[in-house]
Design a protein around this ligand. Structure first.
Ligand code: GLN
Length: 487
């Protein structure tokens, strides 16, 4: 394998600027890696090899541009993010033939920064799932062990980064879909504060929770990608006008973990956590303490209500967002139908997968008159309580330290027929989406039983990504390196 593929993005970006290596060489090494690994991984949907080579030649001909921080850097993009002229399916048969007429805000930002898009990354249909097994096309395999799932819903993004197919990928996180696959595949994933990154051109799942973020192989690379995609966008009304700090320079603002106050939510270490995840987490705690971090247990008493709250709200929003796929205006249309209602029913029944249909039905139910007060309204109230609890504990800490998932990557098929079992696995990730807070997942070790990567999560204050990344950068240095998968 060419060494280049596993170089850090920050190094490669520097070498490209210095013309120490050409864009074509870098792009070609990633394309070779894709050729070699895709027959096993299935991490990618639409590929853009020709477009990438053409772009690489153009960039090499015009020469490095210092104003473009990702000049010549190959990336992949989750297939829920619109890419003009490159098919965007959201992992659904419903959008099989959809080629967007415009780019998402984040796609434009990457291109403006000089990045080269190699492919779209596989995902659970409409970002609903935790294993990428809900993709309408094929499941993605974990580069550490193809019998295991890569996590989800951004499983294709995480697998492509971990396997050295690209230097960074964009994912989306509604209830953990960046952080959990990052943890399962052994890479770094950041879910930014709600409103930090524009959702314009991102196919909606649950709009009050969805957020785009980077998956990379280091915290520094993550800061560099966030720097490019963060910022105000008037086309997303929830986009924040707050100025974007310099995340890369900010990495140096913590000279280590000395004196950093980390709170561990005690509710995240209870029942259901596997012994190998507990062990890795305990090791992280001891290492951090040795480096001078001040660690305390904190309490988020409503954690037990978070899963129910999240799934009620996410399904309600999904049922409304996905109403547009009616067989008339977008995407798939059933070939035989008798009249209009029949066309809607057939198109939605045939074009949408089982999990998506389940969520639309449950979402419509919790919004229906007679049940709205009991479910939707209550969930919205509990969401507020959860947010207030986070705000309270974050007043006394710099960040919270927690596991990402109660288990390491599971075997394909093992949870596939039990949606509730999968929903329960999201216990440690989804509550901060409800609170709108940023969360950073870092690889922390390999599980003793499974041999699979296990991540740890830092949760920060709203819009304090600068400090969250700085603490993550300091923590990363003291965690054991898990290396790269041998494939
Ligand atoms: N697993 C969660 C769900 O299925 C989260 C998915 C996501 O973050 N997009 O809803």
């Amino acid at each position: 394998m060419s060494e280049l593929c596993y170089a850090s993005m920050s190094d490669v970006a520097k070498r490209l600027q210095q013309k120490d290596v050409s864009v074509l060489e870098v792009v070609q090494s990633c394309l070779d890696r894709i050729e070699k690994t895709e027959p096993v991984l299935h991490a990618l949907l639409a590929r853009n090899a020709e477009g990438a080579i053409t772009k690489a030649r153009e960039l090499d001909a015009s020469g490095p541009d210092r104003s473009k921080p990702l000049w010549g850097v190959p990336v992949t993009i989750k297939d829920v993010i619109l890419t003009k002229g490159l098919p965007t399916t959201a992992g659904s048969k419903m959008l099989e033939k959809f080629s967007p007429p415009y780019n998402a805000f984040v796609t434009d930002k990457l291109l403006d920064a000089g990045a080269v898009v190699l492919a779209k990354a596989n995902m659970d249909e409409f970002a609903m799932g935790s294993s990428t097994e809900n993709s309408a096309y094929y499941p993605t395999n974990n580069p550490w062990n193809p019998k295991k799932v890569p996590g989800g819903s951004s499983g294709g993004s995480a697998a492509s980064v971990a396997a050295g197919q690209c230097f960074a990928s964009l994912g989306t996180d509604t209830g953990g879909s960046i952080r959990q696959p990052a943890s399962f595949c052994g890479c770094v994933g950041l879910k930014p504060t709600y409103g930090r990154v524009s959702r314009y051109g991102v196919i909606a799942y649950a709009s009050s929770l969805d957020q785009v973020g980077p998956l990379t192989r280091s915290v520094e690379d993550c800061a560099r990608v966030l720097q490019v995609i963060a910022g105000h966008d008037e086309r997303d009304q929830t986009s924040s006008p707050r100025p974007v700090p310099d995340y890369v320079t900010g990495l140096g603002r913590r000279k280590g973990l000395d004196g950093v106050r980390l709170g561990i939510p005690q509710e995240f270490l209870g029942e259901g956590i596997s012994s190998e995840v507990r062990e890795v987490f305990e090791d992280v705690r001891i290492r951090a303490e040795k480096e001078g971090a001040r660690i305390s247990l904190v309490s988020l008493p409503h954690t037990k209500a978070a899963i129910a709250t999240y799934y009620i709200l996410a399904m309600a929003e999904a049922s409304s967002n996905l109403a547009r796929y009616d067989g008339v205006r977008f995407g798939f249309r059933a070939s035989e139908s008798r009249e209009l209602l029949d066309l809607y029913v057939r198109s939605r029944s045939e074009g949408l997968g089982e999990e998506v249909r389940r969520r639309i039905m449950l979402g419509a139910f919790v919004l229906s008159s007679g049940y709205y007060d009991a479910y939707f309204k209550r969930a919205a109230q509990v969401r507020r309580i959860i947010r207030d609890e986070f705000t309270r504990v974050l007043q006394e800490c710099d960040a919270l330290l927690a596991p990402v998932s109660p288990v390491a990557a599971w075997d394909h098929g093992s949870n596939a027929n039990d949606p509730l079992a999968q929903y329960l696995m999201d216990a440690y990730t989804l509550s901060l989406n409800l609170a709108g807070l940023p969360g950073l997942s870092l690889p922390a070790g390999l599980g003793k039983e499974s041999g699979m990567p296990i991540g740890v999560q830092l949760i920060g204050k709203a819009f304090f990504e600068e400090d969250l990344l700085a603490v993550g950068h300091a923590l990363e240095r003291i965690l054991p390196s898990i290396g790269n998968p041998s494939m």
